[in-house]
Design a protein around this ligand. Structure first.
Ligand SMILES: Nc1ncnc2c1ncn2[C@@H]1O[C@H](COP(=O)(O)OP(=O)(O)OP(=O)(O)O)[C@@H](O)[C@H]1O
Ligand SMILES: [Mg+2]
Length: 236
């Protein structure tokens, strides 16, 4: 079942009389990595939450190609500071599979496979809260991907990680992309944005100021604020 495209139509989020997002019109088609960049407070997280269906719209609509229930089951979200079960690495990996009713023997195979992919084969019985930041973020990503989502949302997954941990996460994201997972990621790391993006969105003041393919976005930005932003100037 293909849950894409996702269509946002005049989507708006207002809270206490303040417009946090919108109006946003956006179609998320099949394939590739979309990177979301923009200043602090511009609305990136709110946009991701709207797409994932966990932020109530004040007006407009967000529609998947299939009913919401079916779409929900095939998407995952990785937060900046992932919430871990206070249990073992293995239990964390097993959790989404159990939730989806995967048979115990198949769970074992997937847990072993994913622990190896994230370099935690020797840490299966380690309590997740004892992992380093980078290990925890890799575990969060594995836990999101182990259920084979069609769409993966990530909100600054590498904030506060060092270069090596960041590259490890990027490798996992590339593998997922190559396996057909549609990825939408907010990041403040412009190097990472360039490395991973197939296309990119620039969010400013709650609206999408620019949406373009990678080369055009980074090399020939149209919006003056995006040009400044890419230049490292402070944009509000
Ligand atoms: N539940 C809420 N109630 C009121 N205001 C909110 C709520 N959630 C977010 N905001 C506000 O909405 C605006 C957009 O926030 P959002 O978190 O989407 O920005 P962001 O681009 O992700 O920022 P950052 O780069 O700092 O993560 C901000 O002004 C924020 O204070
Ligand atoms: Mg944010």
């Amino acid at each position: 079942m293909n849950i894409l495209p996702l269509r946002l139509t005049a989507a708006e989020v207002r809270r206490r009389g303040k417009r946090l997002l919108g109006p946003v019109d956006l179609t998320l088609g099949t394939g590739g990595v979309t990177v979301i960049v923009g200043p602090n407070g511009s609305g990136k997280t709110t946009l991701l939450r709207v797409m994932h269906g966990v932020e109530r719209l004040s007006s407009g609509s967000a529609n998947w190609a299939v009913p919401d229930r079916d779409a929900q089951a095939r998407q995952a979200f990785v937060f900046q500071s992932p919430i871990m079960l206070r249990r073992s690495v293995a239990a964390n990996l097993r959790y989404p599979l159990a939730l989806h009713g995967v048979a115990r023997a198949d769970q074992d195979v997937a847990v072993t496979e994913w622990a190896a992919k994230i370099g935690l084969s020797d840490a299966l019985t380690t309590p997740a809260p004892r992992l380093s930041g980078g290990e925890r973020q890799k575990l969060a990503l594995a836990r999101a991907l182990i259920g084979k989502p069609q769409v993966l949302f990530l909100d600054e997954p590498c904030a506060s990680l060092d270069g090596a941990a960041t590259l490890a996460i990027e490798g996992l994201l590339r593998d997922a992309r190559d396996a057909g997972v549609r990825i939408v990621m907010a990041t403040h790391d412009m190097g990472q944005a360039r490395r991973l993006a197939d296309d990119a969105l620039f969010v400013l003041g709650g609206t999408i100021a620019e949406a373009a393919s990678r080369d055009r976005f980074f090399d020939r930005p149209q919006h003056p604020a995006l040009a400044s932003f890419l230049n490292g100037d402070i944009v509000t």
